[in-house]
Every structure is written in structure tokens, then in C-alpha cells.
Design a protein around this ligand. Structure first.
Ligand SMILES: Cc1ncc(COP(=O)(O)O)c(C=O)c1O
Length: 366
């Protein structure tokens, strides 16, 4: 791999810009002596919930745990059937299996890469207890079409902090929203972190209890088998610093996406944005049948690119063992051979955007 002229994401640059603020909260925590579930976690939960237009926020230690605890908080467990998309990061389906439930996978909408509403409807047989809709790459799924009587809707909003659909924020529509603050996410901690959102008091209470060994208000009194899944004070403090910039960063991502759209539309399939959606471009993902050669060309020229995701979930070993087969979800299988995510991050310089565009054009023009 050549020296990276345009990395896929540049956190060093982001943190250089925030250095003073980050060091200030770091100092404060060091001298406070409070590292677990203190005032920063509380403040982050409150401010994030306010930002996301939701009643409650519960900080946990990853997006995966946000899904696992979220599922359990609405009562999903052994033997329950949960519908989700076959085109996502593994944690989406893993969370279903971790709580002992059975995943029922469905194909995607070819335009948006998000869960196909039609396919969901075709599998809504009796016994479906929940749906996990993933807001893939930063664009919300059609959540308003995924509400069914007696079926819990969980939003996997790991990639979509600040994304909106018809004015509704990701993570505020379903029974539960699950966010990840893994360092590559558009709102990121300096390590692992996650957030559960909900408007339902009972779900909030369950999530708060499950994240700390099934204990609610009274220490050493346990009502559930839970987890050790607390968001660290230090991560909450870093996240509070970054939360102030999230709108500006999402706007910047949109500006870059607009330039890419204009310049690349004659060469590759550019992202399709559904009417009413505010896409936050966690990823800018293009489609071309020359994907592998294009990726090689860009990497050779010092541009960081990734394939999200090369293998749909139904073709991963633990799902094959459940009986899923190749050919079952043709759209996701096709898309997984064509997608390529190119650099997009708020700190990207104009010349870097132009460099990426010029190298893509060079590839297709020869
Ligand atoms: C769609 C999706 N769901 C869940 C997760 C899991 O989040 P985490 O890595 O914080 O556990 C991620 C990110 O890694 C993700 O992209």
C-alpha cells in the first residue's frame, strides 16, 4: 500500500483541532477521581437525548451492547423471532443471536441498501417479535413503514447520529435506538462506547438495570442477569466535547457528498437519497461492476477505501449453520460485489476531495 494521501478517515486531524478541549476534560476527570457513571455520563445521556429528540438515553460500552441490551429491554429473548437485513455489520445479527432469539433475514432495497419493506411484509408471519432496521451508511430506513402491531421496532442507528427522515431523528422513532461511538463513527469516542435511546419509561428502566449487572437503584440488589456495560466517564466527557460539533460535521459531510455526486455521477452509481431523508454520509458508498479494480487503483494512488460489506450476513458461517444459502437474497449478494466506500470526513481538504475525484475519473477514462 502506498503512503496515504487521502486516508478513509482522519481522526488525528479531528483530535488535533479539539486538543485543548479534550485535555481540559481529561484533567478534570483525573482530579475528580470519578471514573464510572458520574456526572459526565449523566450529562452526555441528557444532552444526547435532547439532541436526538428522545426522552431517555442510557450510555453503554458499545453499539453491540446497545443492541443486545436494547433487545432484552423490550423483552426479546430465547426462541423469539427477530427480522433484520442481511446487509449490515455482523453485530446487527449477532445481537439477536446473543440474546437467544432467532434471526429472520430479509433482502434490501437496491437503491438505498436499507432493509426492504416489501420483504419485511412478506415475512411478517406470526411469531415475529421485533424488527431491527439498520440506518446503513447514515441514511434512515423507512421506519414509518416498519411499525406493526405488537412488534417492537429497534433502530440500529450505529452509523446515523443526527440523520433524519421527514424531520424525525434516527433513534427516536422506534421502541429503542442503538448508537455506536466506535472511533470510525460520525460521533466517536476515543475507544468503544454506545448509547441506547427510548421514549418508553419501562424500557429505560430495564436498560439502566441491565447495563450494570441487572441492578437498578439499589447497589448489590439484582433483579436480572445483566452485563458490565457502562460507558466510561472519560468517553462520555470526550463525547460531550464532540457533540457540540456534530451538526457542523454532518453538514460538512453533506457538502463533500454534493461535490462527489456532481463529479462522479457519469462514472459510477452514486448514493441514492430517499425523499425526506437527511443523509449524514457516515459512508459515501458508490457502486460499480469494476469495483475490485477501482479499489486497487485508488489504493495504489494513496487513497483509503473500504468494502462495506463484502459478505452478506446470510453467507457468514453462523448463519449458514442456520440453513441460509447462497442465492437467497440476490440484491444483497449483487450489491456486496459492487459497493465501495470512498473517503468522506469533515476534516477533508478541498484538494483531497478533488484528488479522489480525479483518480476515479482517471480509472474510467484510462
Ligand atoms: C450497523 C452497525 N451495527 C452495530 C455496530 C456495533 O457497534 P460497536 O462496534 O460499537 O459494538 C456497528 C459498528 O461497528 C455497526 O456499523
Amino acid at each position: 500500500m502506498a503512503f496515504l494521501i487521502v486516508p478513509q478517515i482522519d481522526l488525528v486531524k479531528q483530535h488535533k483541532d479539539l486538543r485543548t478541549e479534550i485535555f481540559r476534560v481529561f484533567e478534570d476527570i483525573l482530579s475528580s477521581g470519578r471514573f464510572i457513571l458520574g456526572r459526565y455520563v449523566e450529562e452526555f445521556e441528557r444532552k444526547a437525548a435532547e439532541y436526538l429528540n428522545v426522552r431517555y438515553g442510557v450510555g453503554v460500552n458499545s453499539g453491540t451492547d446497545a443492541l443486545v441490551i436494547g433487545l432484552r429491554s423490550v423483552g426479546i429473548g430465547r426462541g423469539d423471532k427477530v427480522i433484520t437485513t442481511t446487509f449490515s455489520f455482523f453485530a446487527t445479527v449477532e445481537s439477536i443471536m446473543l440474546v437467544g432469539a432467532e434471526p429472520v433475514l430479509v433482502d434490501i432495497d437496491e437503491r438505498t441498501f436499507n432493509i426492504s419493506v416489501e420483504d419485511v411484509k412478506s415475512k411478517m408471519s406470526e411469531g415475529i417479535k421485533a424488527i431491527i432496521a439498520v440506518h446503513l451508511f447514515g441514511q434512515m430506513a423507512e421506519v414509518e413503514k416498519l411499525k406493526f402491531e405488537g412488534v417492537h421496532l429497534i433502530e440500529d442507528a450505529a452509523q446515523a447520529f443526527g440523520a433524519m427522515r421527514n424531520g424525525i431523528k434516527a433513534g427516536s422513532f422506534g421502541d429503542v435506538g442503538a448508537f455506536s461511538f466506535y472511533p470510525t463513527k460520525n460521533l466517536s469516542a476515543l475507544g468503544d462506547g454506545g448509547l441506547i435511546t427510548t421514549n418508553i419509561p419501562e424500557v429505560y428502566k430495564n436498560a439502566k438495570s441491565l447495563r450494570v449487572h441487572g441492578s437498578y437503584n439499589e447497589k448489590y440488589k439484582h433483579e436480572n442477569i445483566g452485563y458490565n456495560s457502562r460507558l466510561d466517564e472519560i468517553q462520555a466527557a470526550f463525547l460531550l466535547v464532540k457533540l457540540r460539533y456534530i451538526d457542523e460535521w454532518n453538514r460538512k459531510r453533506n457538502e463533500i457528498a454534493k461535490i462527489y455526486d456532481e463529479e462522479l455521477k457519469d462514472f459510477v452509481m452514486i448514493p441514492y437519497v430517499l425523499e425526506g431523508n437527511f443523509h449524514i454520509y457516515h459512508q459515501y458508498t458508490i457502486r460499480t461492476d469494476a469495483r475490485d479494480k477501482l479499489a486497487e487503483h485508488l489504493r495504489k494512488n494513496g487513497i483509503g477505501v473500504s468494502i462495506y460489506y463484502p459478505i452478506p450476513l446470510h453467507l457468514q458461517k453462523p448463519l449458514r449453520e442456520l440453513g441460509y444459502k447462497e442465492g437467497e437474497f440476490p440484491v444483497a449478494e449483487k450489491i456486496s460485489k459492487e459497493v465501495l466506500s470512498i473517503p468522506i470526513y469533515p476534516e477533508m481538504e478541498e484538494w483531497q476531495v478533488e484528488f479522489v475525484i480525479s483518480k476515479i475519473k482517471e480509472f474510467f477514462k484510462g
